[in-house]
Design a protein around this ligand. Structure first.
Ligand code: FAQ
Length: 338
């Protein structure tokens, strides 16, 4: 259930203290009015420091997720089962890199540099989505990522299209269009496996068994344990609660699994007529926090791969900077000669 900050008095007090109400009452009133009227806050607008910091935290974690998220799929580029699948996978991975770039650009509008954000990631100080710390063991995992991981990402990001911060909201509109293609190609690949030879169907079921619960964890801790939700919902950074979005994803995905003829790895899953939603089992929160805190199956491998790519790419960045510097100097010389 979504809730407002007023229902949590201790958070409401902290909110007032941390958010410049006393220091800048007029600017703050204009900001609150804009958010309440569904206006977009833009980079040059005044904003409470806590609003800026919350956005930097969320958007940079989101950017890092897209950036690290290329790695599990990258593992299968050389082993895709056909030229068509390989071409689709390559474009999907390139799209994820593009999403990271839109998002890093959106965070830069808040006054932080991309180099600082990447340093934080490479030094293990920044978070990224838990989902990318699981291994891709078979080709069916690539299909499951498209179907489930992109499916979950869309449910979350469609909601974020209505975020109060303009650059983030606009990046989401563009990203959602691409994610929707990603989800459909994943579902189609899964359908081919699920309707194929018994061995292929077994791989599809095994991938669903391993990716289902981690996909539910993508939506974050349950609302009662989510420290940032109240403030982010009050400021319309987040528009739906973690649990509401998770429920939406379950309701959307269970019929798709039925259509594929696969069974969900959850004995507690059942339709609740009264609620008009599926009931589902308890998430293993211990596993969730273990992965979020850096101790999942692939956390170390993922960071090592990102660091290596950054180091190996140093000469490209140096060459691009040297080229830009030469161009600038040449233009300055020409301008002086005219
Ligand atoms: N993994 O109080 P809350 C994709 C952290 S993109 C790791 O609920 P909040 C595309 C959270 O950061 C997937 N950490 O926090 C793709 C916070 O830590 P902090 C990424 C998590 O921000 C597909 C703490 O727990 N999408 O998949 C996770 O209000 C295929 C407390 O949590 C986004 O980032 C987690 N699952 O709500 C790419 C969407 N959940 O900062 C390649 C934007 C929570 O206190 C292939 N982000 N944490 O140290 C959001 O919507 C929100 O940030 C939530 C968390 C919903 C993720």
């Amino acid at each position: 259930m979504a809730y407002t900050i007023a229902e949590k008095p201790e958070e409401a007090a902290a909110f007032a203290k941390e958010t410049d109400v006393e220091e800048n009452p007029e600017l703050r009133a204009a900001f609150d009015g804009k958010v309440a009227a569904e206006g977009k806050v833009e980079p040059r607008d005044w904003m409470p420091e806590k609003y800026r910091k919350t956005l930097i935290r969320q958007i940079s974690q989101h950017a890092h997720s897209e950036y690290v998220g290329m790695l599990p799929e990258g593992n299968w580029v050389t082993r895709a089962p056909s030229l068509r699948r390989k071409a689709v996978l390559l474009s999907k991975i390139q799209d994820e890199a593009g999403h990271a770039l839109y998002l890093y650009s959106a965070v830069e509008t808040l006054g932080v540099s991309r180099d600082d954000l990447l340093d934080a990631l490479h030094e293990g100080r920044a978070k990224y989505s838990s989902i990318f710390n699981y291994p891709t063991l078979t080709w069916a995992d690539i299909a499951a990522i498209g179907w489930l991981v992109d499916g979950a990402a869309i449910v979350n990001q469609v909601s974020l299209q209505r975020c109060s911060y303009g650059p983030y909201s606009r990046a989401m509109v563009r990203i959602c269009k691409e994610e929707s293609f990603h989800q459909r190609q994943g579902f189609e690949a899964m359908m081919v496996m699920a309707q194929g030879a018994p061995e292929q169907k077994k791989l599809a079921q095994d991938a669903l068994n391993r990716w289902w619960w981690p996909s539910l964890m993508m939506f974050g801790p349950s609302d009662k344990d989510s420290p940032h939700s109240a403030l982010s919902m009050a400021w319309r950074i987040k528009r739906d609660s973690n649990d509401d979005l998770r429920q939406r994803f379950v309701d959307m995905t269970v019929p798709q699994a039925e259509y594929l003829g696969l069974s969900m790895p959850d004995p507690d899953l059942s339709w609740n007529e009264e609620r008009g939603h599926y009931d589902f089992g308890e998430i293993d929160w211990e596993e969730f926090w273990r992965v979020v805190n850096g101790n999942g199956i692939c956390n170390r491998e993922r960071l090592a791969a990102r660091r290596k790519a950054w180091d190996d790419g140093a000469w490209v960045r140096d060459a691009a900077m040297a080229h830009a510097e030469k161009k600038r100097a040449r233009q300055a010389q020409q301008a002086a000669a005219e």
